[in-house]
Design a protein. Structure first.
Length: 384
């Protein structure tokens, strides 16, 4: 089961989506182990992942936890022989007090997972893993906490949002899991498996040394210039204050018909200023070729936090890049990903200009200094 939180006025709604049986069976087919005594799902929902496992290994001991008392009660009715308990798995104290988890000090042979995918505002969680602290997405924290409950030779298989493989906030821990825990991408399922919701998902395995994994690769184009800088604005719409001495403020709604239109505010914020020549594009939303705009040289604007800029040395380079983007729209469009609203990151935008691969078998890292400048690339990335 995964959940996506949304706002309706000031009320937080949690939409729960249980794992469809065909998706559960598809995940289980990747498990090649034959000696499995125990299986657990830490967000069991209606129990579909465990049922799929039982069809393959009828004699395994089944365990499950969930934050929802209603879900646990329902599963108990249908499967009274399973060992179940209520647990807020993202809360370490709740884990420690959960009788199901305390009863298995040696861990579980098989962990199946379809964790919460996203929360309001892209919630960041703190997690401690192998003695180090990380700030990660909801799905990544669920994955990291789950690994702690594997038995010595246990394996984990999960349905995860595809964004976990390339998001900047999860990148550091993702690389650690690739290097030290044999994290592999098994499959990128296509199709709409969840009613009224169509998240992009991947199957992954942890601690299964037999898996080779597959690659998620973003195509790229060839730009001869090396003088490109990528920027993201800092100013949020709900914080803007008109200042007649500031520069005109550009929000994604001002990007229309490949032009900058309807500028109504001046905002003074040096950190969010971009001087042309540059190409502007929205950071969030459904990609639209008409929103790719060029600003002229020596003109300065203040950018919203939902606008990215590709800064060039000359107008000729800016126009060339805009043309390349529009001519390769199918490739560029694919850079916008997301469980809910689609979005593009600076890392993915950078990948458009050079080879970048997300591969379960690689240990390649992007390292950042305090200005977020990529060290192993010819492109500079500044995240304001």
């Amino acid at each position: 089961m995964f959940c996506i939180q949304t706002f309706k006025g000031e009320i937080a709604l949690i939409d729960s989506y249980y794992t469809p049986s065909d998706l559960a069976v598809r995940l289980i087919k990747h498990v090649k182990k034959t000696r499995i005594k125990s299986v657990i799902d830490f967000c069991i929902g209606d129990g579909e992942l465990i049922r799929a496992a039982l069809k393959k290994w009828p004699d395994i001991n089944c365990f499950g936890t969930d934050i929802s008392k209603k879900s646990i009660k329902s599963v108990k009715v249908n499967h009274p022989e399973w060992k179940l308990g209520v647990c807020d798995f993202l809360n370490v104290r709740s884990q420690r007090s959960c009788k199901i988890l305390k009863s298995r000090n040696d861990g579980f042979d098989l962990i199946l997972l379809n964790p919460p995918f996203s929360c309001i505002g892209g919630t960041i969680h703190d997690v401690e893993f192998d003695g180090n602290a990380y700030r990660v997405s909801t799905a990544m924290k669920f994955l990291a906490e789950s690994i702690k409950h594997l038995s010595l030779n246990g394996s984990l298989y999960a349905i995860l949002p595809i964004s976990i493989a390339y998001s900047q906030k999860d990148q550091k821990l993702w690389n650690i899991l690739v290097e030290n825990y044999f994290l592999k991408i098994l499959e990128v399922p296509n199709g709409n498996y969840f009613k009224n919701c169509s998240p992009s998902i991947i199957f992954v395995s942890i601690n299964d040394r037999t898996k080779l994994g597959i690659s998620i690769e973003f195509n790229n184009i060839s730009i001869l210039t090396k003088n490109i800088s990528l920027f993201r604005g800092k100013v949020s719409m709900n914080t803007i204050k008109h200042n007649r001495y500031g520069k005109y403020f550009i929000h994604s709604t001002n990007l229309r018909n490949n032009q900058i239109e309807n500028l109504n505010y001046r905002v003074k914020n040096k950190l969010s200023e971009v001087i042309g020549p540059a190409i502007l594009l929205p950071r969030v939303g459904t990609p639209n070729p008409s929103k790719i705009c060029v600003i002229s040289e020596d003109i300065t604007y203040t950018l919203s936090d939902c606008v990215l800029a590709i800064k060039t040395k000359t107008m000729e380079e800016a126009i060339e890049i805009k043309t390349k983007i529009l001519d390769n729209w199918g490739v560029f469009n694919n850079l916008y990903q997301g469980t809910g609203a689609r979005y593009i990151t600076l890392i993915r935008l950078e990948s458009f200009f050079g080879p970048k691969k997300i591969n379960g078998n690689t240990t390649k890292k992007l390292t950042f200094d305090h200005s977020n400048q990529i060290q192993d690339s010819q492109l500079e990335i500044h995240s304001f």
